[in-house]
Design a protein around this ligand. Structure first.
Ligand SMILES: [Mg+2]
Length: 286
């Protein structure tokens, strides 16, 4: 694909960098559409207390769960909650806005079991993932993933989404830290046998992915799927939310996603609206 085509369609807002030799990706909402999977899962779990919800209610309920405004996923990353507990806290908070029925005991246990069994059934890669990986393979460019969740859970997620070909995977238990700690991005580059300065890191979270990777010495790129048509240099609403979620905190950058409202001034990093635009960063298509 011509570089101009990919760049134009994706809405890149900063100059491409040169000599990129490898690509690392975030997983959730970058390679795998986790928001969609969570939404479908939430609505499919039997819960009589929510039977009265209309379509608009379901939209708000799912948004509340996925946004995680109380940052329970961050508490998981900080070691304060188990992975299962953060889910329970999140759904309890979302549910409280729609029903007075308590979310405790056997009700919560049954919900967690149903969620765990159902969510993986909905893991899907975005449509632009496989074409990009094909193009990277054609060019001999190695790639991998660095995620803010544990390795084995994300391995299963990639496999379920049909991305078994992504062999290099770094989780928070691989190096004992989460993004935006530099060591986790650098471990990805080490496993790809590339210089971090020549390794692209692409993710949907402006702060934890793009800016965090850049601070670690990689080439951070922000994947802004929702705001790809925004004016050059102007972060989209989604980007501002992502920045607000994560600014200055270790506990940001969700595996199970989470954007909160707020504002901050993000550092300028390359922004793309789709993964096809990754190719323009590679020397062979400049
Ligand atoms: Mg993500």
């Amino acid at each position: 694909m011509p570089a101009e085509t990919g760049a134009g369609r994706a809405g890149v807002t900063a100059s491409p960098v040169g000599e990129v030799a490898a690509v690392l990706f975030d997983i959730d909402d970058t390679l795998v559409d986790l928001e969609r999977a969570m939404g479908r899962t939430l609505q499919s779990i039997p819960d009589p207390a929510l039977d009265h919800l209309g379509d608009d209610d379901w939209v708000r309920y799912k948004a509340l769960y996925t946004a995680d405004p109380q940052r329970h996923y961050g508490r998981f990353l900080a070691g304060e909650l188990t992975f299962e507990e953060q889910r329970v806290h999140r759904v309890r908070h979302a549910r409280a806005g729609f029903t007075p029925e308590p979310f405790l005991g056997s009700v919560a246990e049954a919900w967690v079991r149903a969620y765990e069994q159902t969510l993986p059934l909905h893991f899907r890669a975005y449509d632009d993932v496989v074409p990009l990986l094909d193009a990277l393979d054609d060019r001999g460019v190695p790639y991998g993933a660095v995620s803010n969740n544990v390795h084995d859970y994300q391995r299963a997620k990639l496999d379920r989404a049909g991305l078994q070909r992504i062999r290099v995977l770094v989780g928070i238990d691989t190096v004992g830290v989460a993004k935006p700690e530099p060591a986790i991005y650098r471990e990805g580059a080490r496993l790809l046998h590339t210089d971090p300065a020549r390794t692209l890191y692409v993710g949907d979270n402006l702060v934890v992915d793009a800016q965090g990777a850049r601070a670690a010495g990689l080439v951070g790129v922000w994947l802004d799927r929702a705001g790809g048509s925004a004016a050059p240099g102007v972060p989209s609403r989604a980007g501002r939310s992502a920045a607000a979620t994560c600014a200055g905190t270790r506990d940001a950058g969700t595996g199970e996603r989470g954007d909160a409202s707020g504002s901050s001034e993000p550092e300028e990093v390359p922004r793309i609206g789709g993964l096809d635009a990754v190719l323009q960063f590679l020397p062979s298509v400049r």
